[in-house]
Design a protein around this ligand. Structure first.
Ligand code: NDP
Length: 505
């Protein structure tokens, strides 16, 4: 990593940098910069001071990165290695991530505004995903068919899809990348990554760690800058074979169109408006704690936030009181203070958007239970976790992805009604179900429209199970064994044993 000693010192003391940390782009195994290029200065949303500087890539820079990834894929320097060799690099990367956890977490917190303890947890958990994917590099395989008769044998070969473009958002920069990149690499693909321009630094640091771990040059390349320029060009690029996009549903839709030029494969993980469905027999204490966590985690800027509480009318009041009691103990503030549970909102635009929804909730007659207040002095953006009761299931508050710490509560009388409300949004990313009735839980699991479901828990799990959405929440799956399959293509082979039967005798 560049500038390691100074950064390590700052990270260990959790001090703000006197000068912003500058990190160039990373292409073909080395730092990359171009004379005359422009830069992006990022201010910490928790402190209001400049903390990092990254480059604003042009389409020419992107073309350099894609050419490097294309060469690295086509000459087989990575795709033709054995699974064992690829696994060795992924495991070494996991070790390096753990060795650098303090610096990575510190940079993540500076740019994203999330609490430092949470950043450390995410970086450590990300290392675990790299380890899991290393195992997959060795077990991924195709199929054979010995049922085609005496003279025919069939093979299904699984091959890497090629050059993968990865566009990531600002809410979990390191973790979301680690849910994709190790699987891309385990499959034998090469990559060009475009992180959010707000939170690019940990992605750049990871690219350097990959080289240190023995990844051949050109296999992973990072371009930084604006999504509307380089993200768009990456999605359109004719030399890119697949685009993996994580972010908002409207931009996901435009990526789908952009990918049409060369019909590249597309993976999308998009927005969510995820229900917490609580039945009358649920353990309300357990549920209340998880519901508060589900809306406060990452200040609600989380695609799987449990942002809609859909609760049986008979327990609604009691549950809301318990949720409020938990939220009242939540500490919001300086993300470098390890005692805080909730940090800053990522930027002014997002802050204003969330406040707009809070105003809309009040205007539409929902009852404000707690929160609703905010501070933005000195370009520091904090919002108190907010709960609205009596929210009309069709209102803006209940339908739109707010991406902030705002919970809307709607009641139901029957299980059918609960499912109707839960499924009434265009999204289908995640859902949580709270009940002691196992049969009822299984029925709800069947009926709720979501790619990821939690029963009597929320926002938990490791890389073993797949993630992704249905409806307008996305296409494809990441992690689990499906995570590597996502980045492969199947090739089927028929092999004639002996002579082929003659067409014309
Ligand atoms: P975007 O969808 O705009 O951004 C996500 C990523 O896509 C960023 O790297 C961005 O680059 C890039 N991007 C932007 N435009 C294009 C494009 N035309 N082609 C390719 N890539 C592009 O999300 P925002 O950051 O603007 O957040 C807005 C809303 O999106 C949030 O309020 C939330 O509702 C939702 N969201 C959902 C996420 C999820 O995980 N489901 C994650 C983040 C946001 P850059 O920002 O650098 O310009």
């Amino acid at each position: 990593m560049s500038n390691p000693s100074n950064l390590s010192e700052l990270a260990s003391q959790l001090r703000l940098p006197a000068e912003p940390v500058r990190t160039p782009m990373y292409i073909d195994g080395k730092d990359y910069s171009r004379a005359g290029s422009e830069f992006v200065t990022r201010k910490s949303p928790g402190h209001g001071v400049p903390v990092t500087v990254t480059s604003r890539a042009s389409v020419d820079d992107l073309n350099v990165a894609v050419a490097a990834a294309r060469r690295a894929f086509d000459d087989g320097r990575w795709s033709r290695l054995s699974g064992e060799q690829r696994a060795t690099v992924l495991l070494k990367t996991a070790v390096l991530i753990r060795d650098n956890v303090e610096v990575l977490a510190y940079l993540e917190t500076l740019e994203s505004g999330k609490p430092i303890g949470q950043s450390r947890g995410e970086v450590n958990a990300a290392a675990g995903i790299w380890e899991y994917a290393a195992g997959l590099a060795r077990v991924a395989h195709g199929d054979s068919h010995d049922t085609l008769g005496a003279d025919m044998f069939g093979l299904v070969v699984r091959q890497p899809v090629g050059v993968v473009g990865i566009v990531t958002p600002w809410n979990f920069p390191f973790f979301i990348l680690s849910e994709r990149l190790p699987f891309v690499l385990a499959a034998g693909c090469t990559a060009v990554i475009k992180p959010s321009e707000l939170t690019s630094t940990t992605t750049l640091k990871l690219a350097a760690l990959l080289t240190e771990a023995g990844l051949p040059d050109g296999v992973v390349n990072v371009v930084t800058g604006f999504g509307s320029v380089v993200g768009q060009a990456l999605a359109e690029h004719m030399d890119v074979d697949m685009i993996s996009f994580t972010g908002s549903t409207p931009v996901g839709r435009s990526v789908l169109v952009a990918a049409g030029g060369n019909m590249k494969k597309v993976g999308l993980e998009l927005g969510g408006k995820n229900p917490q469905i609580v039945f009358a027999d649920a353990d309300l204490d357990d549920a209340a704690d998880a519901i508060a966590f589900g809306i406060c985690f990452n200040a609600g800027q989380c695609c799987v936030s449990g942002s809609r509480l859909v609760v049986h009318r008979s327990v609604e009041q009691e549950l809301v009181e318990r949720v409020k009691a938990v939220i009242e103990k939540v500490r919001v503030g300086d993300p470098l203070d390890a005692t805080n549970h909730v940090g800053a909102i990522v930027e002014a635009r997002q802050f204003d958007k969330i406040l707009g929804f809070i105003e809309a909730g009040k205007r539409d007659g929902a009852q404000l239970v707690c929160g609703g207040t905010a501070t933005s002095e000195g370009e520091r953006f904090f919002i108190q976790p907010t709960v609205f009761r009596n929210v009309d299931a069709h209102s803006e508050l209940a339908q739109e992805e707010i991406f902030g710490p705002v919970l809307s509560v709607t009641s139901f009388d029957t299980a059918e009604q609960a499912m109707q409300i839960a499924n009434s949004v265009p999204y289908g990313l995640a859902a949580s179900i709270w009940t002691r009735d196992l049969q009822g839980a299984i029925r709800s699991v069947r009926d709720v429209q979501a790619g990821r479901i939690w029963v009597n828990c929320t926002i938990t799990g490791g890389p073993e199970l797949p993630i992704g959405g249905v409806k307008q929440s996305g296409i494809g799956r990441e992690t689990g064994r499906y995570g590597i399959e996502e980045y492969t293509e199947l090739k089927s082979v028929h092999i004639q044993l002996g002579n082929r039967p003659r067409w014309i005798a």
